[in-house]
Design a protein around this ligand. Sequence first.
Ligand code: CAA
Length: 240
Amino acid sequence: MGKVALVTGGTRGIGEAISIKLKANGYNVAANYAGNDEAANKFAAQTGISVFKWSVADYNDCAAGVKEVEAELGPVEILVNNAGITRDSIFHKMTPEKWNAVINTNLTGVFNMTHQVWNGMRDRNFGRVINISSINGVKGQMGQTNYSAAKAGDIGFTKALAQEGAFKGITVNAITPGYIATEMVMAVDEKIRESIIKQIPVGRLGEPEEIAACVAFLASDDAGFITGSTLSANGGQYMQ
Ligand code: CAA
């Protein structure tokens, strides 16, 4: 049996592509999701991947959820922190609710999840933590002070934790996807989306599978010397 990989938000969007790619590469995959039962059940039926429902925004639910995954599949060796939401609003209209929802899921969720698997990875002297940040955590995006702050936080978290994990055989890396053809991006007003596509030198949105390929590489044994890095995959829209 392959290594156990847990993908948060793993039944839809970029996460779905990541779960499918890791399974194809021989991993024993668990896909977490928070709310959409219909999509999760369809995903499970189509892929044969086990799905587990809890919110990454709740620490205790993460503890219980990871326990359940480990009882079914074994210790989590690869954690992909992919779960993320948007609550876009221009700052002068940003509510505390929108701020907190995005910070709690996109940033605190990464702490909540990683904390559940970290000691096991340390004990086994192996682990891969892969955090899905965003282009907008690096360049900033009007209408996304909450999202940009959380995604920038994910990168700081990655760099700090990478230093702690390095001597224990654990790598911690971030990926910063650009605009990818998922429901999240399709929810942006069409005119705004068209103007965004004009800013992408390759002339198109990315595909979820293109981010999944980055994850597969960072999860692999070939990537053992890469830690604390931020891998951009944005069609040239923003070059760090
Ligand atoms: N600069 C400054 N202020 C602006 C502005 C601009 N370019 N455009 C609009 N505003 C102001 C308006 O004047 C208005 O101000 P008042 O309240 O004083 O009248 C206010 O902003 C609201 O403007 P609108 O009513 O026109 O806009 P809205 O509230 O319907 O939408 C928005 C605002 C939510 C920010 C919208 O522009 C938007 O969705 N922008 C795109 C954000 C984006 O790129 N999100 C990415 C989602 S995908 C993702 O996040 C995945 C990933 O990782 C890449």
